[in-house]
Write a protein that binds this ligand. Structure first.
Ligand code: ADP
Length: 228
C-alpha cells in the first residue's frame, strides 16, 4: 500500500458517545445513568494499521435494483485488495438485529435507525461498511447520515421500477401485485429517490462487472489507502 494518508476524519464525533448534531436526540436516551468510555485506540492508530479510513457506503434503491448483488461483489473486490470491508444486508439484518420489526413506516424507520448506528460503529472500527437496504424514506437516510457524520456516502442504485419488476429475483413483485405483500416499495409503498447522492450507479445501463468497477473506483478515490 502507498504512503499517502487520506485527509483524516479525526474531528468526527465518537458514535459511542453521540452528539447533538445527530438526529438521535437526547430525549430518546432512556437512561440518565450512562457514562461514555473513551477508547484507548485512536482512529489514527486504526488507519495506520489498516491503511485506510472507514466510512459508510449507503446503498439505496428499489427491490431488485441490484443492491445486494453489487454490495457482495464490491465487498469481495475490496477485500481482495486489502480493505477492511463488511456488508450489512437487509434480509440478514431482519433475521437478527431487526427480527422484531415489520415493514410499516414506523418499523422501517426503526430498522434504518439501527442500521445507521451499527454502520457508524463499524466506521469507528475503521471498516468500510456497505449497507444494502431499500431505505425508502429520505428522512431515515438523513438520520443515518447524521449518525455516521462526514464518513457517509449515499449511493443510489438506480433502476426503473419496470426493470426491477422484470428481474424480480425473489419473486416479490409478483407476490406484491397479487396483493400478498402489503407495503411493498414501488407497488403499495413509496420510494423517495435521493436528491443529491454522492454517487449513482445505473444498473439499467451498466452490467454487474462494470457497476462494481465504477464503485471500486469511487472507493479508491474517496478512501485513499496508505502504503508501507
Ligand atoms: P436488491 O438487493 O436491490 O433487491 P438484488 O441484488 O437482490 O437486488 O437483485 C438484482 C438482480 O438484478 C440480480 O438478479 C442481478 O443479477 C440482476 N442485475 C442485472 N444487472 C445488474 C447490475 N448492473 N447490478 C446489479 N444487479 C444486476
Amino acid at each position: 500500500m502507498s504512503t499517502v494518508l487520506p485527509t483524516l476524519p479525526l474531528g468526527r464525533k465518537n458514535p459511542l458517545i453521540g452528539d447533538s448534531s445527530s438526529m438521535t436526540d437526547q430525549d430518546s436516551i432512556k437512561s440518565s445513568n450512562i457514562t461514555a468510555v473513551e477508547s484507548r485506540v485512536t482512529l489514527q492508530d486504526r488507519i495506520k494499521r489498516s491503511g485506510h479510513s472507514g466510512g459508510v457506503l449507503w446503498f439505496t434503491g428499489l427491490s431488485g435494483s441490484g443492491k445486494s448483488t453489487l454490495a457482495t461483489e464490491l465487498e469481495r473486490r475490496l477485500f481482495n485488495i486489502g480493505y477492511n470491508v463488511y456488508v450489512l444486508d437487509g434480509d440478514n439484518v431482519r433475521h437478527g438485529l431487526s427480527s422484531n420489526l415489520g415493514f410499516s413506516p414506523e418499523d422501517r424507520t426503526e430498522n434504518i435507525r439501527r442500521i445507521g448506528e451499527v454502520a457508524s460503529l463499524f466506521t469507528s472500527a475503521g471498516f468500510i461498511v456497505i449497507t444494502a437496504f431499500i431505505s425508502p424514506y429520505r428522512e431515515d437516510r438523513e438520520r443515518a447520515r447524521a449518525a455516521a457524520s462526514e464518513d457517509f456516502h449515499e449511493v443510489h442504485v438506480k433502476a426503473d421500477l419496470s426493470l426491477c419488476e422484470s428481474r424480480d429475483p425473489k419473486g416479490l413483485y409478483e407476490k406484491a401485485r397479487r396483493g400478498e405483500i402489503p407495503d411493498f416499495t414501488g407497488i403499495s409503498a413509496p420510494y423517495e429517490a435521493p436528491q443529491s447522492p454522492e454517487f449513482t450507479i445505473d444498473t439499467g445501463k451498466l452490467d454487474v462487472e462494470k457497476s462494481v468497477t465504477a464503485l471500486a473506483e469511487y472507493v479508491a478515490a474517496n478512501f485513499i489507502q496508505q502504503q508501507d
